[in-house]
Design a protein around this ligand. Sequence first.
Ligand code: PMP
Length: 454
Amino acid sequence: TSSDASSLLDYGRNVTNGLGRITEGIITSGKGSYVEYADGRKMLDFTTGIGVTGLGHCHPKVSKAAADQCMNIVHVQCSIAFHEPYLKLIKKLLPIMPDPSLDSFFFWNSGSEAVEAALKLARTVTGRQNIICMQGLLFLCSPSSFCAYHGRTFGAMAVTRSKTIYSKGFAPLMPGVFTIPFPFWHQLGQTPDTPESDLVSQCLYQLDLLLTQQTAPADTAAIILEPVLGEGGYVAAPAAFLEGLRAVCDKHGILLIADEVQSGFSRTGKFFAIEYSGVRPDIMIIAKGLANGFPLSGVITRKELTDKLTPGSMGGTYAGNAVACAAACAVVDAMHEENILENVNARSTELFKALNAIKAAHPKHILDVRGQGLMVAVEFASSASPGAKHDAVAAQVGAAMASRVAKKCIERGMLILTTSVYEVVRFIPPLNISAADLTKGTEIFRDAVEEVVR
Ligand code: PMP
C-alpha cells in the first residue's frame, strides 16, 4: 500500500549520494502520461524516464507481452542459445531500419553498454584506434557547450563532452578521442541569424583540419554523433552536416556511428532521426524507447562488418534479455498499430505553436525553441536581443532561469527536466500523449515562466 511505501522513505539515506533526483518521494505507479507518488500526488510526466516510456507508463500490450514472456522463459544467456523474442525482434526491426544495409544486430542492456560495443566494433573492424566526437570550440563558445553525451561507462564517458560532472575525478578515460564542433550558432561564437550552411561548412572545415593535423584518416576508426544532440541541448544536426560527414567517412574508410539512443523510436517524428537527412550510418545505436522501460539496447550494423568479429568476443550475461526483447516486439507492433508517428507529428506542431507563443510573450527571457518531433527544448537567456552573441554571463542567467522554471512546473504537478548545463527546459512527453494533456503541460509551463519572470 501507499503507506507501506512511505515508511520505506527512511531507507533513502542508504542510497548512494552519487545519484541525483529532481523530486522527493516514491513513485508507486504509472499509467499513460501520469505517475502517482506514495503520498497521493499525481503528476503529468513530461520526462518519460528520460525519453524511455514513449508509449506511456505500463502500456497494456507491452506489459502483457513482458508478463507472458515471464511465464515462458526469463533468461536465455546469449552464448547458450538463441531465444524466440531476440529473433522476433530482429524480424520486426529489419523493415524499419533507416537503410537496408543495417542488417546485423546485437542487443545489450543500456545505452552506454551499446556505445561501448559500437566503439569496440569500430576499432576492431577498421584496425584503427581513434574516435571523433562532437564538442564546442571552447575558446569561442559559452560554458553551455552544446556537446555530445553518450553515457557513463569509460568509453562512452570519453566521447561525452556535455558536462564535467560525468568525468570529474574518474580519469584517466579511454585515450584516442578527438573532437569537432557541432553546427550550432552558440558553439561557433555566432548569432542566431548565421546561415546554417555557414555553420556546417565551418564544422566540416574543422574536421578536415583535424584529419590533417591531429588524427590521420588511417588512424581514425569512427565519427560518433547524435543526430539530435540529447543531453547536450536538443539540437538537430543539419542534413548538410550529416551528408558532409558521410562524404568524409566514405573518402577515408571511417565509420559513421549514429547514436539514436534518445532520438530513435519515433521520438523525433520519424522512426529514427537520421531519416531526416537520408544519410546511411555504418553503425546505429538504439536503447531507451526501444522497450518502453525494460532495459534493452542494441547495436545495428552491416553483416559484412560483424562477420569480422571473433565469436565470443562480444556478449554479456544479460545482453538481449528475453523479457526485454518481448516487450520491445510489442513496442514496435504498437508503434505501427496505434499510428504513433502520426500522433508525434500532430502533437509536435501544437507543442511548437504553444511554446513559440510563450516565447513571443517573453522575448527577453526566452532565447530559443527548438528540436524535432516530441524532443523539444526551450532555452532561456538574460537578455535575448536578436543578433546578440551568446556569452558566459547570459548562459549562467539563462541556466538559473531554466532551473527555476522546471522547479515551478514540478510544484504545479508536472515532471519536467532541464539539460545542457541547465540552460534549457526539455519536453519529452509520451509519444502517444493526448492533445488535452499536451495543452495541460504547456499551460503549466506558461504559468511557471510567468511566475519566474514576474
Ligand atoms: N546516448 C545517448 C544519446 C543518450 O541520451 C544516453 C542516455 N541519456 C546514452 C547514450 C546512455 O544511455 P544509458 O543511460 O542507457 O546508459
